[in-house]
Every structure is written in C-alpha cells, then in structure tokens.
Design a protein around this ligand. Structure first.
Ligand code: ACM
Length: 509
C-alpha cells in the first residue's frame, strides 16, 4: 500500500502545455477560478495582456473577469520583472494566487497563453474552474517561429486568416509570412496600380475564372493589427522576378515573358520602368506592414526566363552592365530591388536562391527551403546570412502527412509526418555547427495551396502539424519527447473539436 502510494506521489505528470516549457513543476493544489477572481495588473503597460486573458477566458471558459489595480486573493496577478528576454516569463501558481511575470507585455502575454492552455483542460465544479497549479519558467529556443500561407493559389479570406492567427498565438508562433502574389492571382490592393488586385485578383489555381478576390488596404491594416495584439509580426511576400504571372496579366508592359509551361512568368529585367514600378508597389506594401521586412521571393526564376536572352532590352542591359549569364541578370534584378528595400529602411527576405549573392548580412534574411540542396544552406551560413529553416521535408505542409494519403505532395516516398515535424533538429543538418548555429533565427512551416482549395482541407493540412511546429520552434531539445507531446496533443483534439477543426488524427488508424 505504502509503495503504491509513493509511486502515485512521485509520478511525474507532463506539463499540459504545448509547446513544452523550459522548466515546470506540478504544485499539489488547485486554483478555483470563478467570476469573482480579479485580474490584477501591477503596471499599466500590461493591460493588453490582461485584456487578452479576459477576452479569451470569456470565449474559452465562459467566465467574465474584471481587471483591477488591486484586489484581494485569490486573484491572477500580472507584473513586470527584471527577467532577461523579451519573450521569457514566469508563471507561479498556488491556491491563493496565479502570478505571471516577465520583462514586458509580450513576455507576460506568453505566460497568459500558458495559463489559458491550463484552463482549457481544467474541469468545472459548480461555478468554479479547478485549475491544476504549476510553476513554470519559460523561454523560446528560437526567435523566429513562423507559418507561411499561400493565398495566391487559393484565397481563404480575413476570417480564416484571423482564425489561424488565433491558433498561432495559442501555440506561441510569432511570424505570419503572407504569400500574396504568384502565378494564379495577386491578392493585395495597390492604390497606385489598381489593376493588380482588380485584374490580377481574378482566378485561382483550380478556377481561372473565379471572380477577383484580394485584401483591401483597410483589411490588411486590420489583420496586421489583429496579429500585433497576438504578438505576431506579419511579413508580406511579393514574389519577383518570377511567379509574376498575375501581375503581368494586369500590367503586361512590365512582363519579361515566360515559358511554354509558365507563360508571362517574369518581370522584365531589362526595362528601367520595371524597377520604378516595383519600387512604387513595395513602398505601399512597406507602409502597410510595420514589420520592416519585405519578402521578395526570388525563387524558381528559371521556370520562365526563356525569353530574356533574346530580348533586345535585356541584351542591352547585359552589354552595359557586363552581365554574362541569365543568372547574372537575375542577380542584377534582385540587387536592384534589394537596394530599393534597404532604402525604405526595411530588411530584405528571400528564398535560398539569393544565397550566392553578396547582400548586407544584417539587413537580409534567407529562407532555406530546398531540402535536396544542402549546399544552399551551407552557402547561406558561410556567407553569414541570418537564416530561417523551412526545408520542404518536413516543413512544407502541402506535403501529405501519412504514407496512405494521396492528395498532396510527396518527394519520392518522403512526406512531412507529424513526428518528422516534431523531431526536426537544426543541429542534425549538414553544415550546421556550433559557430554558425546562432545565425539560425528559427523555423517555419509553409502552407502552399495548389492542392488546398478550401478551409476544410486547409485545416486538415495544418492541424495538428501546427502544434508540432510550435514545439520544434519553442522548446529546447532536452525538453522534447514525442510521447509526452502526443499525450498533450490528444487533449488539444478536444479543443479542435470544439472549434469544428477538420484535423488529421495520426493516432487513429
Ligand atoms: C518555393 O517553394 N518555391 C519557395
């Protein structure tokens, strides 16, 4: 009997928070949360975090709390501490008090999120929510915890984007990379070139005749604000010089032509007017997104630059600038546009095709995506670039997540399973070592949407892999355990059910 009791008392429970915190201890007590529990804010700067807690407790647990400067226990207290790190927080709980502290609003916000995860699985008794107490000390492994959504292939709209931003916040993801332009359509209003949205917004990957769908500048501002309230930075991608088909449908005078498979695929690198046109567009985009980061794509230009070498303006450019190859023309183009970005005091972000260029290190972030080209990662790191890791396997979420799935991509037989996302370790990549590891800002999943035409399927490809992404991005390797994660994740499936999310359940075969 005694032995049994001891086993019970010593049993180490898993902290039911995704991503798993840096340190956590279960406290043998429950906090009884009810409508007379006040949220106490020690410093006015923490009001946004307090309001978020208030709003989410109301929507998630149907409990409406008041925010006060002072209140008797039991209460939830938010306070500033001298803790290092803008994202590090401490959550201390006992039956009398829940205390969240950190260096600022963002840090305390993440403490609030952990508390919301604990309340999300708490049981109710009469009018009380019985929240198991935990003491948590937490900080992220990576500063870049990203998710990219391609809305050119298919348009999902503001409500779905906000829904995703909510879940990103719940998982402490903090960068939303918005792929707004590509071959099928252009999805952002540009006031100085209205046809980009009105004409370029027509069509999708599956229906070239779909009526124009795009975000107005007002909607963009609203989404950027919504994301900011959740400490998520929104980064727009305006892809160039390739993947420009939709833009070229709207303004054919700036087209550099395409190929048989990818008609009108590129912007024209040999015309001066192209550079001022694109710079004007980027000025508007930069003004809409306070991130101070513009992603210019730069990928797969060879899919459709067949016409460049025969074009008189490109030939003349090559002669004037002594450019010998089509790749040098591409790099010239990217350099010109990069200079425009830097002149706006913004950072240039681009796919790993730019790794070979000599761009300023502090102002440039390179996204390694070609998992079959580890030398691109090597070059990126050797050149000293800040790097985001998003190799197709396991971070392309348009890849299937189970060997039995047929709709979606595979790479030979390889795909992006939940555990592959979970088990990803930067240190295992060729070329990554202790001296260049600090250049790695973090990881990102990319949801390309050729095979994702509606919200139902978007959910299926995103959930639950988004949770594994979060733990890979936030939790240190020594805290990770797939078995523990799977146990927590099964609880989150109940939350997914509540929100009618059409997730894939890898545990039910
Ligand atoms: C990409 O997948 N073309 C970045």
């Amino acid at each position: 009997m005694l032995a049994l009791f001891q086993v019970g008392a010593n049993a180490q429970h898993i902290c039911p928070v995704i991503p798993q915190p840096s340190a956590s201890t279960e406290v043998p007590a429950f906090f009884k949360l009810n409508k007379s529990t006040a949220i106490v804010v020690d410093d006015e700067s923490l009001l946004p975090a307090a309001r978020y807690l208030q709003k989410q407790l109301l929507s998630q647990n149907k409990i409406a709390l008041a925010i006060q400067a002072k209140a008797k226990s039991p209460h939830i207290r938010l306070s500033l501490s001298k803790k290092a790190g803008a994202e590090s927080y401490q959550l201390e709980m006992n039956a009398r008090e829940i205390h969240i502290s950190g260096a600022g609003n963002q840090a305390v916000f993440y403490g609030v999120i952990s508390l919301l995860q604990l309340t999300s699985s708490a049981k109710s008794s009469q009018d009380n929510l019985l929240v198991q107490c935990w003491n948590i000390e937490d900080r992220p492994a990576y500063s870049w915890r990203g998710l990219m959504l391609d809305e050119s292939r298919h348009f999902f709209g503001a409500d779905k984007v906000k829904f995703i931003l909510n879940w990103m916040a719940f998982y402490k993801l903090n960068r939303f990379h918005w792929h707004l332009t590509d071959e099928p359509a252009w999805r952002i209003e540009i006031k100085s070139y209205p046809r980009l949205a009105l004409v370029g917004g027509i069509g999708s990957y599956t229906n070239p005749y779909a009526p124009a769908q795009f975000y107005t500048q007002e909607q963009v501002a609203e989404i950027v604000q919504y994301a900011a309230e959740r400490h998520i930075t929104v980064i727009p991608e305006i892809d160039m010089p390739g993947h420009a088909t939709a833009a070229n449908n709207a303004y054919p005078q700036f087209s550099g032509g395409g190929s048989e498979k990818h008609p009108e695929f590129t912007f024209h690198p040999g015309k001066e007017s192209t550079y001022s046109y694109l710079t004007d567009i980027l000025r508007e985009v930069n003004a809409l997104f306070p991130a101070g980061m513009l992603h210019l794509g730069g990928d797969e230009v060879s899919f459709g630059n067949d016409k460049w070498l025969a074009d008189p303006d490109v030939k003349s450019l090559m002669a004037r600038k002594r450019l010998k190859t089509v790749q040098e023309v591409e790099q010239y183009f990217m350099q010109r546009m990069a200079d425009s970005v830097y002149a706006m005091n913004a950072k240039l972000l681009a796919w790993d095709e730019v790794a070979g260029m000599n761009l300023p290190k502090k102002e440039t972030i390179v996204f390694w995506w070609r998992h079959d080209k580890p030398q691109q990662l090597q070059t990126t790191l050797d050149k000293g670039y800040q790097t985001v890791l998003c190799p197709r396997i396991p971070f392309y979420f348009d890849f299937v997540q189970d060997s039995t799935h047929s709709l979606g991509r595979k790479w030979n037989k390889a795909y992006s399973g939940l555990q592959d996302v979970y088990d990803f370790k930067a240190a295992n990549l060729p070329g990554v070592n202790s001296s260049n590891q600090k250049q790695i800002l973090g990881v990102q999943a990319n949801v390309w949407t050729e095979t994702i035409a509606d919200n139902y399927r978007l959910d299926y490809m995103l959930y639950p892999r988004i949770a594994a992404l979060a733990e890979t991005a936030w939790s240190s390797n020594d805290k990770k355990s797939y078995t523990s994660f799977a146990q927590n994740l099964k609880q989150h499936f109940l939350l997914y059910n509540n929100e009618r999310i059409n997730y894939f359940n890898p545990f039910k075969k």
